[in-house]
Design a binder for this molecule. Structure first.
Ligand SMILES: C[S@@+](CC[C@H](N)C(=O)[O-])C[C@H]1O[C@@H](n2cnc3c(N)ncnc32)[C@H](O)[C@@H]1O
Length: 312
C-alpha cells in the first residue's frame, strides 16, 4: 500500500491544517520531509482534540511530539512518542522548563493566535531551536485590521508588524543601530530564511556553519588567497557563535597571513579590546596606522586615542 501524503494524513486525522481547511500541509511536507525519519523533537502549541498530534506521529516515524496546551484535558492525548505539557504559551518558566528537557527542531505555534502570545513564545522558543530547525507560526488571520482588537492581546503591535520587521531586517541584513541589541540582533544573525505559506510564517534557524564543521572551514579559509575567508570566519565566531577568544584566534591567523592589510589589524585590535587586553589592542591599532592609507588614517588614529584613554 502506498504511503499517505501529509495532507492525506491531515484529512484522515481531521485537522484544519489540511487542504480542506487552511491548506498548510502540502507545503509543510516539502519542508518537513528531510526530518521524516529522524529522532527529532517537535513541539506543537495547541492540542485541541489531538488531531494534528496523531497526524505528526504517523508522518514522523521517529520523532518525539510534544503537545503544549493550557487545558488539562489535553493530557488524554499523551502516548507512544507523544508527550503533553500543560501550561500557557506566555509563561516563561513553563517554556524554559520544557526546552531544558528537550531541544526542538520544529516548533509549530497553533495556540491562542493572539499577537502577544505569538511574539512571546517565538522570543522564548526560537533561541532554543536546534540549528537547521524551523519555527512555524500559523493563522495570522486574526491580525487583519478589522479583527485585530480581539487578537492583539496585550501587545502594542500586531504580529504581522513584529514579524514584518524581522523580515525587513533579515532582507536588508541590517538593523537601525539604535535597535541593534538583544532579540533583533540575535535574529539578524540566526534567521536564515523566512517563508510565507498562506496565513502561516516559517522562520528557519541558520545552520550554515555547524560547530562540527568549523575545523574544516578554518583549514579551507587558510587556503584562500584573500583575507576575506579568515575575516568572515572570525566574524562568524564573534556574532553567530558568540565566542570572542575563538574570533581573536582566527583574526590573529589572518593578521599573520596578511600582515600588510590594515583592516586585519584593526579587527584584531577590536577583539583584543573586547577581551580587555587594551595594551595588545593599542599595539595592533598602531600596526594598522603604519599601514593605513590617507583616507583611513583619521578614523584609525581616533581609535588609537580612545585606546590611550582606556589605558589611562
Ligand atoms: C487551533 S487549536 C489547536 C488545533 C490543533 N493543533 C490541530 O490542528 O488539531 C488551539 C489550541 O490552543 C490552545 N491554547 C489557547 N491558548 C493557549 C495558551 N495560552 N497556551 C497554550 N495553549 C493555548 C487551546 O486550548 C486550543 O486547544
Amino acid at each position: 500500500m502506498r504511503e499517505y501524503s501529509l495532507d492525506e494524513l491531515g484529512i484522515i486525522a481531521g485537522t484544519d491544517k489540511s487542504s480542506l481547511g487552511v491548506n498548510y500541509l502540502r507545503q509543510y511536507e516539502r519542508i518537513f520531509a528531510e526530518f521524516r525519519d529522524s529522532s527529532i523533537n517537535i513541539f506543537e502549541i495547541g492540542v485541541l482534540n489531538g488531531a494534528s498530534l496523531s497526524m505528526w506521529r504517523t508522518y514522523f516515524t521517529q520523532a518525539m511530539i510534544v503537545g503544549i496546551d493550557i487545558h488539562e484535558g489535553s493530557r488524554q492525548f499523551a502516548g507512544d512518542r507523544v508527550e503533553i505539557e500543560i501550561g500557557s504559551q506566555d509563561d516563561p518558566g513553563f517554556l524554559a522548563a520544557i526546552v531544558q528537557r528537550r531541544t526542538p527542531t520544529i516548533v509549530i505555534d497553533d495556540g491562542s493566535h493572539r499577537a502577544d502570545h505569538m511574539i512571546f513564545s517565538f522570543e522564548r522558543l526560537f533561541p532554543a531551536l536546534a540549528p537547521g530547525g524551523c519555527y512555524v507560526i500559523e493563522d495570522f488571520f486574526g491580525q487583519q485590521p478589522q479583527r485585530l482588537k480581539d487578537w492583539i492581546g496585550t501587545s502594542k503591535i500586531s504580529a504581522d508588524t513584529y514579524f514584518g520587521d524581522v523580515i525587513r531586517q533579515r532582507l536588508l541584513g541590517w538593523i537601525d543601530p539604535a535597535f541593534d541589541a538583544g532579540m533583533p540582533h540575535y535574529l539578524l544573525h540566526h534567521v536564515e530564511r523566512i517563508e510565507i505559506l498562506n496565513g502561516a510564517l516559517v522562520i528557519y534557524k541558520g545552520s550554515r556553519i555547524l560547530s562540527q564543521d568549523l575545523d574544516n572551514v578554518l583549514a579551507l579559509a587558510k587556503r584562500c588567497k584573500f583575507s576575506y575567508s579568515l575575516t568572515a570566519l572570525s566574524i562568524t565566531w564573534e556574532h553567530s557563535l558568540r565566542n570572542i577568544p575563538k574570533a581573536l584566534e582566527v583574526a590573529l591567523i589572518a593578521a599573520q597571513q596578511f600582515p600588510d592589510e590594515p583592516w586585519v589589524h584593526v579587527r584584531v585590535s577590536q577583539l583584543q579590546e573586547y577581551l580587555d587586553d587594551f595594551e595588545g589592542a593599542l599595539q595592533s591599532q598602531l600596526r594598522a596606522i603604519e599601514l593605513a592609507t590617507h583616507d583611513q588614517r583619521d578614523s584609525f588614529t581616533k581609535r588609537r586615542d580612545f585606546l590611550h584613554t582606556k589605558l589611562g
